[in-house]
Design a protein around this ligand. Structure first.
Ligand code: NAD
Length: 491
């Protein structure tokens, strides 16, 4: 959508951040960003096109090859990152609010994910890189070998709209720590908040070209994927897009990390505690109105406890506070866009036409006619072969599926193309761990589900390739080089 260039609001951001400067988009393209809760115009954001991404990549390349960044020590980079963290911390409350208005995330959650998480990630990776020796000497058969870690180079970071600040920082923080430079291509839906990263980078004195912010559509995004001066693509988004991007990176022999979709399972054993489940459902299944890649939207329940758990999940949904995402009491805000709401409602229609039983929800909430709200919805008696159990809805629509025993639960959980998140609910931690070890998924919680930034995060199967977060997330922005030195010539 092209917004009127004259309609200026405080949320008018008509410049891209390239090479340390705010520049007009070469195609004079602007997007009117809509407020998820009202559908009204929130602000106007510059969108980049191919020439802007090209300029950003070239600046990122220069910053390594010619600028000071390529020569920085780990201690110097850590210092810059801590200044960047402070600049973001000073803006955290405003940023969290802005994201909630863009994508509907309840403010109580946005404060963490879009306010404090990016700050914590920068500080964590600053500490990690300071503690990591970049060279180690190993004795070898003929002398010694210096094993050296070098930055991968220019990183093209492509991010979705659902956790825009945190997911951008999953990539930016380890990249900066490693000594890489970054061209961030955020989603148009959440373009406005992405520019805050440019504000903070400028204030923190990050050298020109080290971090560039160019929100853009898919076509322009593709020019980043294929740009000859990009060394690595770090992509978070749908499996459909990830498959195409991964294939191209394979063709180009370009390093690539793919964080993709999910259809995760929460497994409730017959000795599980329903109160624990109800206490944990907000994080496991409904975080960010279930616009979350790790949403556990398949709830697999031991038959002996089935009716009780179906009732408890439905009751949980009925008491959710659906409404204004800026109200701290809200637990379910709107979907990000009209188009996405239609997609979620479409899945509800598909499930209604299957053999599944609608227990609660199933439409738009009464009295919330503006914005893109949907009722938290539960279908019971879902067959794991139904579309509702196989495809990612990305909205608050749960499929409850009965299972015979632990063995059956593992089988059904693994009967999915995806493998991203999950949880096991049992009074017996050893039993739950036994199940968790057998589920093919990148992360899984026992009687809870919360991300740990210190541990690797990512997917198995169609949920992706590679890991972010923790020291493993840093490793993926480093290349190894072996230098053979000293000793005699081999005979
Ligand atoms: P999407 O794939 O439509 O878009 C994601 C980003 O990729 C956007 O910036 C988009 O503009 C860009 N893009 C899409 N196609 C592209 C192409 N061909 N070339 C270059 N760029 C391209 O996903 P979305 O709808 O924005 O986000 C929701 C999806 O993201 C869900 O599937 C969700 O599970 C997934 N996700 C995964 C994780 C994870 O860590 N595994 C985290 C959050 C979201």
């Amino acid at each position: 959508m092209i917004a009127s260039p004259s309609a200026k609001t405080e949320l008018d951001r008509r410049n891209l951040y390239v090479d340390g400067a705010w520049v007009e988009p070469s195609g004079a393209e602007y997007r009117g960003v809509r407020e998820a809760a009202t559908g009204e115009l929130l602000g106007t954001a510059a969108l980049g096109s191919e020439p802007d991404l090209d300029a950003a990549v070239r600046a990122a390349r220069r910053a390594i090859d010619e600028g000071p960044w390529g020569e920085t020590t780990t201690a110097e980079r850590a210092q810059v990152m801590r200044r960047f963290a402070q600049a973001l911390a000073d803006r955290a409350a405003a940023t969290a609010t802005l994201v909630s208005r863009e994508n509907g995330m309840p403010i109580a959650q946005s404060t963490g994910f879009n306010g404090t998480a990016p700050v914590a990630l920068l500080r964590m990776y600053a500490d990690l890189i300071e503690a990591l020796p970049l060279e180690e000497i190993r004795p070898s058969a003929h002398g010694s070998t210096i094993v050296r870690r070098e930055p991968v180079g220019v990183v093209g970071a492509i991010t979705p709209w659902n956790y825009p600040q945190a997911l951008a920082m999953f990539k930016i923080a380890p990249s900066l720590a490693a000594g890489c430079t970054v061209v961030l291509k955020p989603s148009p839906e959440t373009a406005l908040d992405s520019f805050v990263l440019g504000d903070a980078a400028a204030e923190a004195g990050i050298p020109p070209g080290v971090l560039n912010i160019v929100p853009a559509g898919r076509e322009a995004g593709w020019s980043l994927v294929t740009h000859p001066l990009v060394d690595k693509i770090s992509f978070t988004g749908s499996t459909t897009a990830g498959r195409v991007i991964g294939a191209e990176c394979g063709r180009l022999i370009r390093r690539c990390t793919l964080e993709l979709g999910g259809k995760s399972a929460a497994i409730f054993c017959e000795d599980g505690d329903v109160d624990d489940l109800v206490a944990g459902l907000g994080n496991a299944s409904f975080k960010n109105n279930s616009q979350t890649c790790t949403t556990q939207s398949r709830i697999l329940v031991a038959r002996a406890r089935y009716d009780e758990v179906v009732d408890a999940v439905a009751q949980y949904c009925r008491q959710m506070v659906v409404g204004d995402p800026l109200d701290p009491a809200t637990t379910c805000g709107p979907m990000v866009s009209e188009e996405h709401l239609a997609r979620v409602l479409g899945f509800i229609d598909i499930a209604r036409g299957s053999g599944a039983r609608l227990v609660t929800g199933g439409g738009r909430p009464v009295g919330l006619d503006r914005g893109w709200f949907v009722e938290p919805t539960v279908f019971a008696d879902v067959d794991n072969g139904d579309r509702l159990a196989r495809e990612e809805v990305f909205g608050p629509v749960m499929a409850v599926i009965p299972v015979d025993d632990d063995e059956d639960a593992v089988r059904v959980a693994n009967d999915s193309n995806y493998g991203l998140g999950g949880s096991v609910w049992s009074a017996d931690e050893e039993r739950a761990l036994g199940i968790a070890r057998r589920v093919r998924t990148g992360t899984i919680g026992i009687n809870r589900y919360d991300l740990d930034f210190g541990a690797p995060f990512g997917g198995m199967k169609d949920s992706g390739i590679g890991r972010e977060l923790g020291p493993e997330g840093l490793a993926s922005y480093l290349e190894y080089k072996s230098l053979y030195v000293g000793g005699d010539q081999p005979g």
